[in-house]
Design a protein around this ligand. Structure first.
Ligand code: UD1
Length: 419
């Protein structure tokens, strides 16, 4: 297992490019099998979750090859299997998104139930109920979802009880090759959903309204091939900007769309960080000086995936800030580890109170518990007195491409070591 050793106290300065988005790449890789023609995907980040997704679609019979570091060629002319097995699915919950594309191609699919994860129980009821409304028969047996449909998936008018990101992606994929028209009401509005719709439309799909809460999909009989470049990773961009700000430095992240980070930028500005925006870059300068109250919410609200990193940053802002976590029921796993590094945080239900001050953190050995929690610990380590060891960074490797290289480029002292 690998760990990070971080020498704290170095002020970060400079500029890095954002990687392609993990959360856009996963559904887009899966959606690629909706087409029987050749697809080229660019700006695919090198991550553990991407490897898992590739193994999953290879296992179904798709041909996939890496043409260069971030470029893949995929051709799913024929599928030979309809199964996403437990051993792969258990490491990545997003695998449930394979249900719709396999079903659309083969009329049946068998995908392992993902089970719980450290940040909450994360059920898939919204996905399954919506698929049933589209004429899909769902049966759950021996830890698997067995789905089948007579003929084609049927377009339907579907209202979600909650704007689930995954369920919105699932139903966009289900509607793409369906018979008739599908409407998704109370759809999630995340930029990654817009990216998925843009990708599918570039292959000939007819999806309108992605990015709003009502998406309409006219089913088409088949998709063409094509090439597509994945959007930037807004969570990685936010994490690196906060890494700069927590050290009081001046850090720019390039090749991004500032509009996709509006709420995050607004909270950073309220905290006193100087935020400068260009067409395709953002720069943060200086430390925070004012407390803020943040509530995570579906997009365009504050992203839950930046909550843990924001909490580390607020530990260094004098006064009491609050964070309310509204998306996942157990997403404060980073708090005990931050407290071990010196933070003063109390939790009551879904609210965390962060009593910040300058020089909160001093180095210690800490344990990463999930993907974004690991990033929060890295940020704390960058500003801590002395050395911080962050263990179990395999969590971080699921979702950050070369984070240590990017932080090193900004002057941070961070190295990967084997335990
Ligand atoms: C996606 C992101 C994840 C992010 C999350 C919220 C990917 C691969 N992952 O996850 O990084 O944190 O959006 O922005 O894109 N829920 C149900 N029933 C369902 C589906 C969801 O109750 O059928 C609940 C979940 O348990 C959770 C909440 O809804 O509490 C949000 O889940 P959802 O929006 O579906 O997130 P994911 O797609 O899993």
């Amino acid at each position: 297992m690998d760990k990070f050793e971080i020498e704290g106290g170095v002020v970060l300065n400079g500029s890095v490019e954002a990687s392609g988005s993990k959360n856009a790449s996963l559904p887009i890789l899966f959606a690629s099998i909706l087409s029987a023609k050749k697809i080229i995907l660019e700006r695919v980040p090198q991550l553990k979750d991407i490897q898992t997704s590739i193994e999953l679609i290879k296992g179904l019979g798709a041909e996939i090859s890496k043409e260069s570091n971030n470029r893949y060629s995929i051709c799913a002319e024929r599928l030979q299997s309809i199964e996403a097995p437990y051993d792969l699915v258990r490491t990545m919950r997003a695998s449930i998104l394979l249900l719709a594309p396999i079903l659309a191609r083969e009329g049946k699919a068998r995908v392992s139930l993902p089970g719980g994860c450290s940040i909450g129980s994360r059920p898939v009821d919204i996905h399954l109920k919506a698929l049933e409304q589209m004429g899909v028969k769902i049966e759950i047996a021996s830890g698997y979802v067995n789905a089948s449909v007579e003929g084609k998936i049927k377009g339907a008018d579907i209202g979600f009880r909650f704007p689930s990101v995954g369920a919105t992606e699932q139903i966009i994929m289900a509607g793409t090759l369906a018979e008739g028209e599908t409407t998704i009401r109370n759809a999630a509005r995340e930029p990654e959903i817009v990216d998925l719709a843009n990708f599918l439309n570039s292959l000939g799909a007819k999806i309108e309204g992605a990015g709003s809460d009502c998406i309409k999909i006219k089913g088409v009989s088949s998709l063409e091939g094509g090439s597509y470049s994945i959007m930037f990773d807004r969570i990685e961009a936010g994490t690196i900007l906060l890494a700069g700000a927590i050290t009081g430095g001046k850090v720019r992240v390039e090749k991004i769309v500032p509009n996709d980070l509006l709420e995050f930028l607004s909270e950073a500005k309220k905290s006193g960080v100087k935020v400068i925006e260009g067409n395709d870059w953002i720069e943060f300068e200086g430390k925070g000086s004012s407390t803020v109250s943040i509530t995570t919410a579906p997009h365009p609200g504050f992203a839950t995936d930046l909550q843990a990193q924001m909490m580390s940053f607020l530990c260094e802002v004098p006064g009491t800030s609050t964070i309310v976590e509204n998306i996942f029921e157990n997403r404060f796993m980073h708090v005990p580890e931050l407290v071990r590094l010196g933070a003063d945080i109390s939790i009551s239900g879904s609210t965390a109170q962060i009593r910040g001050k300058n020089n909160t953190f001093s180095g210690a050995t800490v344990m990463a518990t999930d993907l974004r929690a690991s990033a929060a610990l890295v940020l704390a380590g960058l500003v801590a007195k002395g050395t911080t060891s962050v263990r179990r960074i395999y969590h971080l490797d699921r979702g950050y491409e070369s984070l240590e290289a990017k932080i090193s480029l900004l002057g941070g002292k961070i190295s990967r070591q084997r335990e």
